[in-house]
Write a protein that binds this ligand. Structure first.
Ligand code: NAP
Length: 344
């Protein structure tokens, strides 16, 4: 495992470059079921600790508190050695509510201190002054270590920092070979100022594993609602997946591992892939040690730039059609003699 290089803050220096995202824990929309939430999730966390993963990301909204509870229980006595990041969903972002919600998250996680407390989304109506007043109070009493934001533009990240009157350490944003807008301003800002970008969906929710194609699509709610997994887009991703495979072969690695290595190649970025199995967790953790050559990095970036998925309004009718086709297919599979196949 690799860690952020030592800076002035020792707490930050212990953050692993590959962390573990836990939206999947206890969240119905991923469809992984009760045995995943009850057993596999626990085993994934324990193995992550063994492999040197320190960064664990959750949120109060994931499974309406279930993710925080599952994560806290699985960490057990090792809670204090992890770097725990959770998020507040800012529906009513006033200071007393922020303080009360942080206490509730800490209780679910079983900790006295949240290492990183993030604002999950910018509130479109209320500016950050009120929420940051709550964050400041939480830092003062030691319940929160670092403050972070998520899905913020650079301007709003900076404004949040002014409102806090201190460093807003990180911005958690979608960043991967198929989502590169953070490169325009967030990454350079973070690298030049001692901030951090936490890359979510670094595997494009499994697309970059190369496991899915037009005749083998994931069936859970998260991905049937995503334009990326439209049959046409899976086909368009073929060139990018082929490049990932080529680089992966040179490293005796997998496309998913190379996608993660690409994501954390630039400084001041860490990635928090989710995992549906122990094997995936192990593979993801190992990706921290892959060093891409400049040529490989450029080849992957070029293949990513060539990938032009159908998105926005053009994707809508296709999404509706794809959803019905999938529902029809799943229904047939469950009624058929062999039952449903294991695609998930
Ligand atoms: N702040 C936000 O707004 C926000 C939004 C989204 C996510 N997040 C955070 O970011 C984390 C990760 O994002 P994400 O879960 O959306 O996407 P992701 O990490 O890109 O994809 C996770 C999925 O990819 C597949 N996968 C993982 N490792 C693999 C491997 N080694 N080989 C093959 N397939 C693999 C698994 O699905 P299958 O096995 O089912 O294919 C897994 O559930 C979340 O858990 C959450 O903590 C934050």
């Amino acid at each position: 495992m690799r860690y952020l290089s030592a800076g002035p803050d020792p707490a930050v220096a212990r953050i692993s470059r590959i962390g573990l995202g836990t939206w999947q824990f206890g969240s119905r929309e991923w469809g992984y079921g009760a045995s995943y939430a009850g057993q596999e999730a626990h085993a994934i966390v324990r193995r992550a600790l063994e492999l040197g993963v320190t960064l664990f990301d959750t949120a109060e909204i994931y499974g309406f508190g279930r993710s925080e509870r599952i994560l806290g229980e699985a960490l057990g006595e090792d809670r204090e050695s992890a770097f725990l990041a959770t998020k507040i969903f800012p529906v009513l972002p006033v200071a007393p509510v922020v303080e009360q919600r942080a206490v509730a998250s800490a209780n679910r996680l079983g900790v006295r201190r949240l290492d990183l407390y993030q604002v999950h989304q910018p509130n479109p109506l209320v500016r950050d002054g009120t929420i940051m007043r709550g964050m400041r109070a939480l830092q003062r009493v030691g319940l929160v270590g670092e403050v972070g934001v998520s899905n913020y533009s650079l301007d709003r990240w900076r404004a949040a920092e002014t409102a806090l009157g201190g460093q807003v350490l990180s911005n958690q944003v979608q960043y991967s070979l198929v989502a590169r807008s953070p490169e325009q301003d967030l990454l350079p800002f973070a690298a030049s100022t001692g901030h951090l970008v936490i890359a979510y969906s670094p595997l494009a929710q499994g697309l970059l594993s190369g496991r899915y194609h037009r005749d083998h699509r994931p069936v859970n709610r998260v991905r049937t609602a995503s334009a990326l997994f439209l049959p046409e887009n899976l086909e368009r991703a073929g060139d990018l997946i082929a490049t990932l495979r080529e680089v992966a072969d040179a490293h005796s690695a997998t496309p998913a591992q190379v996608a993660l290595a690409w994501t954390i190649h630039r400084p001041a970025v860490v990635a928090i892939p989710g995992a549906s199995s122990l094997e995936q967790l192990e593979s993801n953790a190992a990706a921290a040690d892959i060093d891409l050559t400049d040529d490989e990095y450029q080849a992957l970036s070029a293949a990513s730039a060539r990938f032009r998925p159908v998105t926005g309004p053009a994707a809508l009718p296709r999404l509706v059609r794809a959803r019905f086709t999938l529902a029809y297919w799943a229904c047939n599979q469950s009624l058929g003699p062999k039952g449903r196949s294991g695609v998930r």
